[in-house]
Design a protein around this ligand. Structure first.
Ligand SMILES: Nc1ncnc2c1ncn2[C@@H]1O[C@H](COP(=O)(O)OP(=O)(O)OP(=O)(O)O)[C@@H](O)[C@H]1O
Length: 220
């Protein structure tokens, strides 16, 4: 589904942030991406969603060499990837319902065709009674879950989440992890970037991709 082969990434003229990074993400797999702050977790995720181009190496995504994709193909490919950003990126002037529905509206779907899907998903993340609220009145944990719902609404084949439990207490972190595990069991490949060791310890079956000094170490 996704592979990196000897990928390097250098910002400007500085040293390489990522060096010779090689790994594969299989369909329906579950992995934590970890490493100290500044190790390059967000950078690696930005490479996957093609927000950055590698300085060297090969990235294959859904059986295509990412370097050969044109603008439309990149947009099309990104639709298969759900992303939970570290800073949520919810639109403050839209209700939770509208934020979660947005990816489907962008695809040109009629509201009647997705109303119940959005409502169900909001219930699934525990926000069924908050669907008319604006993001500005939500707690960090509620925003976190709304951004998870928005990432999932278009049923991505691959879900990337950048520190998805960074803003919540341990109880809610466990609940969010359970949502991701459920999603994985229903067939989505999941990559969670985190430096929360206690979160990783709660799901032993996950692979660990560990970034250190620009290199990636894999623990199956
Ligand atoms: N746009 C940029 N321009 C220059 N350097 C950058 C840029 N973005 C990130 N970096 C640098 O690249 C390195 C990796 O950053 P990145 O955000 O990928 O790390 P991270 O592992 O996600 O960190 P954290 O856990 O703190 O979120 C850091 O040294 C950072 O300063």
């Amino acid at each position: 589904m996704l592979s990196f082969e000897n990928v390097g990434l250098r910002y400007g003229v500085g040293p390489e942030t990522l060096r010779d990074v090689t790994f594969e993400i299989a369909p329906r797999s579950f992995q934590f991406l970890t490493g100290p702050s500044g190790a390059g977790k967000t950078t690696l995720m930005r490479l996957i969603i093609m927000a950055l181009k590698p300085t060297r190496g090969l990235i294959n995504i859904f059986d295509r060499d990412s370097a050969t994709l044109d603008k439309d193909e990149i947009t099309e490919t990104r639709r298969k990837i759900g992303v939970v950003f570290q800073d949520f990126r919810l639109l403050d002037h839209l209700s939770l319902y509208e934020n979660v529905a947005l990816p489907l509206r962008v695809l040109g779907r009629e509201e009647a065709s997705y109303r119940s899907e959005v409502t169900e998903l909001l219930k699934w993340v525990g926000l069924g009674d908050r669907k008319h609220a604006l993001p500005t009145v939500l707690s960090g944990g509620e925003k976190q879950r709304a951004s998870i719902a928005r990432a999932l609404i278009s049923q991505p084949k691959l879900l990337l989440a950048d520190e998805p439990t960074g803003n919540v207490d341990p109880t809610l972190a466990r609940r969010i992890l359970r949502l991701f595990v459920e999603l994985h069991k229903s067939g989505t490949a999941v990559v969670i970037a985190t430096h929360d060791l206690s979160l990783m310890d709660q799901y032993d079956a996950a692979r660990r991709l560990v970034l250190a000094d620009g290199r990636l170490h894999i623990f199956e």
